[in-house]
Design a protein around this ligand. Sequence first.
Ligand code: ADP
Length: 335
Amino acid sequence: MRSAIIFWYYIVIALIVIVSLVFVDFSQINQTVRLVLVLALVLLVANPLLQVWVTKGGETRLRHILGDPNVELQLRAQEVEKQMEKLRTENEHLKELDKGKSEFVAMTAHQLRTPLSAIKWTFHMITNGDLGPVTPEQRSFLDKGYAEAEKVITVVNDWLNLDYLEANRGKYQMVPSDISELIDGVVFEFNERLRNKNINMIVERPKNNMPKIMIDPIKFSMLMENLMDNALKYTSPGGKIIIGVNDDQLNSAKPEIEVKVADSGIGIPKAEQEKIFQQFFRSSNATAVAPRGSGLGLYIVKQLAEGHGGKVRFESEEGKGTTFFVTIPAETKKV
Ligand code: ADP
C-alpha cells in the first residue's frame, strides 16, 4: 500500500515536470507557474529525504511527541527487539564459553580418572594385606585414603556423565523396559554402601504387574543412580531409603509412571530449595555432611527426566528427609 502511494506520487510529480518542460516557454512563464515548478522539484527531492527520516524513526518520534498512544507501544516493541538482539549475541557468546568449559571439564576428567583409580586400588591392595601385613593404625589411615579417592572419583564421574549427556542430547534409545528390573539393578550396585552405613533399604513394587514401558534403560539407570547416591550420601547411618513406583496413571488418558526416592536424611533448607537443580549448587547443610560433591547430580537428573519427556520434583523438610518424584510418560508396548 505504502509503495503504491509512493509510486503514484512520483508519476504525478514527473508528469508535472515533463509537461512543464515540453509545453512551457520559460521566458514567457509567469511567477505562479514558476512557483508551481519549483514546488514540484522540491517535492521530488523531499520525498526520498522523508523516507530516510521515516526509516530512522523520525516519524515515530514526532508522533510520540504529539501523544499518539500506538507510538508508545511501537517504541517499546523496538526497544524489546533491540534488547533481544543484544541477548541473542550474548547467548551465542555464552554458548561458545560453555562449549569451551565442557571440553576442558571432559578432558580434565578423563585425565584424572585413570590415576585416581590407580590410587584407590593401591589403597585397596595394601589394606587387603596383598603387600604385607598392616597394623590396625595403618589400616585406619588407608581406609580414609581409599574413601577420599572414591569421593573424588564420584565427582569426576559426574563431570563425565554431564559431558556424555551434552554430547548425546536428544539421542535417547527408547526400548521396552522393565522398570522393576532396572531399579533392582541400581539398588544392587549400592548394596555394599547401604550395608556399610546400615541403611534400611525398601523397594515398594507397583500394585499391578507392570508392562514394559518405553524408556532409555541406560539413561534411566543413570537418573536413579544419582538419586540413590544422594539419598545415601545425605542420610545418617541407621536411616531409611524407600524407592517406590506408582502406576496409578498407567491406564489414564495421559499414561505415566512416577518413581520416588525417599530418604530420612538431612533434608534441604527451605530458602535453598529453589536452587538445587542448578549446576554446581550445593546447600549449606550438605557440605558439612558430604564435603565433596560436584553439585551436578540433580542437574543431570533433571536433564534425564526431561529427556524422557518427563519431569522431576521434590518435597523436603530440613532434618526430616527428602523425597524426589520423577514422572515419565509411559508408552507401553506389550512384547
Ligand atoms: P551433590 O550431591 O554432588 O552436591 P547434587 O546436584 O546431586 O550435587 O545435589 C545438589 C544439592 O541438593 C546437594 O548438594 C544437596 O544440598 C541437595 N540434595 C540433593 N539430594 C538431597 C537429598 N536426598 N537430601 C538432602 N539434600 C539433597
